[in-house]
Write a protein that binds this ligand. Structure first.
Ligand code: GAR
Length: 201
């Protein structure tokens, strides 16, 4: 039986698209993207999913209390019998209810070398801090923001003439590569979590 992935996104959806490409190309074997859910109407990621004939759902979050909203999302993920939840530019904090419902089954991609620069505009934070290396992280999601055990990271150099846009573009290329790698590792059950460490098993 193929493992079923549910993707949550809020915007552009390039990380979703990279995952979809990897599934189609067999780089994530025995898997399918069962559903793409957005909390924002008009998220380009939803159109990208539709053009790949992947099921989509828009569940507007405006005005809803966090857990009430997450219960709606969880119900759609359950309906679609999802094994793994991938956050791909999903700009919402998850409720403890949601995190507890999918223990060690939610992944997130973040455009920094965590634990540096969590939160919004991570690439801008890195530039302003003056680090010489930046990167991205795929991690299991726990109840804290951009925390949780780290599965894969990738490093990129920061150039003297970088702008937020050029640095973001360099990082994004690596995001697209390591998200698929992390999903494959997790779905194949080739890792175990020991404390904060994710080790090969
Ligand atoms: C990506 O850079 C992702 O790492 C970031 O949002 C962008 C979404 O792009 N996520 C976060 O900052 C989460 N804290 P995409 O919609 O093209 O995948």
């Amino acid at each position: 039986m193929k493992k079923r992935i549910g993707v949550l996104l809020s915007g552009r959806g390039s990380n979703f698209e990279a995952l979809a490409e990897s599934v189609a190309a067999g780089r994530i074997p025995n898997a399918e993207i069962a559903i793409v859910i957005s909390n924002r109407e008009g998220a380009p990621g939803i159109d990208r999913a539709k053009s790949r004939s992947i099921s989509t759902r828009v569940i507007p979050s405006k005005g809803l209390e966090r857990e009430a909203y997450d219960r709606q999302v969880a119900a759609v993920l359950d309906e679609n019998k999802v094994d793994l939840v991938c956050l791909a530019g999903y700009m919402r904090l998850l409720s403890p209810y949601f995190v507890a419902k999918f223990p060690n089954r939610i992944l997130n991609i973040h455009p920094s070398l965590l634990p540096s620069f969590p939160g919004l505009e991570a690439q801008r934070q890195a530039l302003e801090y003056g680090v010489k290396f930046a990167g991205c992280t795929v991690h299991f999601v726990d109840e804290n923001l951009d925390a949780g055990p780290i599965i894969v990271q990738a490093v990129v150099p920061v150039m003297d003439d970088d702008t937020e846009a050029t640095l973001s573009e360099r990082i994004l290329k690596e995001e697209h590569r390591i998200y698929s790698e992390a999903v494959r590792i997790v779905l194949e059950g080739k890792c175990k979590i020991v404390g904060r460490r994710v080790l090969k098993s």
